[in-house]
Design a protein around this ligand. Structure first.
Ligand code: PNS
Length: 170
């Protein structure tokens, strides 16, 4: 049977750490849906449409592209997982500091729907310190994020923030 997992998140914006996790998840699942949660109260740097577009463009030409779908959802994650008939949720763990937040979410999701399992995968060591929040913070202050995010994201960040990267070739 074709195994599908949902990889939910804010993806504001997608990083190379997220892409690394998708690759790892595809060793276990046949297909992944990267699903952006629509949070009405949040004020993201990139709009929902921009984030969807950046993820799709980041996957362009990737050998695993055909096994990944990009989508968004409103409301509860467990309801979305049921709606798309996925077999589970995947989330990345970087450090111990992620654990409490992830543990809480996984247990709440289990309380909401005991049939849905959350699977945690460890992000590759290269990306262990990366988060979307840190990427935005560094880029805002003119720091170079080259190699930490897909090139299309790097360009979008520089355009959005109106900054120039200090790297000679940027
Ligand atoms: O990338 P993030 O912001 O850490 O992802 C958090 C996300 C989107 C996975 C989480 O906020 C979520 O699942 N939101 C959907 C609403 C929901 O189901 N909340 C209850 C689960 S704790």
């Amino acid at each position: 049977m074709d195994k599908l997992a949902v990889y939910p998140g804010s993806f504001d914006p997608i990083t190379n750490g997220h892409l690394d996790l998708v690759e790892r998840a595809l060793k276990i699942f046949d297909r992944i849906v990267i699903a952006i949660a629509v949070h009405p109260g949040k004020n993201p740097l990139f709009s929902l449409e921009e984030r969807l577009d950046l993820i799709r463009k980041s996957l362009e030409g990737h050998p695993l592209q055909g096994r990944v779908r990009v989508d968004c959802f409103k409301g509860l994650l467990v309801d979305y997982v049921r709606e798309v008939e996925a077999h589970g949720i995947v989330r990345g763990l970087r450090a111990v500091s992620d654990f409490e937040y992830e543990f809480q979410m996984a247990l709440m999701n289990r309380k909401l729907n005991a049939d849905i399992e959350t699977l945690f995968l460890m992000t590759g060591m290269r990306w262990i310190y990366i988060s979307s929040r840190l990427i935005k913070e560094v880029a805002t202050s003119g720091g170079c994020v080259h190699g930490l995010v897909p090139e299309v994201v790097e360009k979008a960040l520089l355009d959005r923030l109106g900054v120039k990267c200090a790297r000679a070739s940027c």
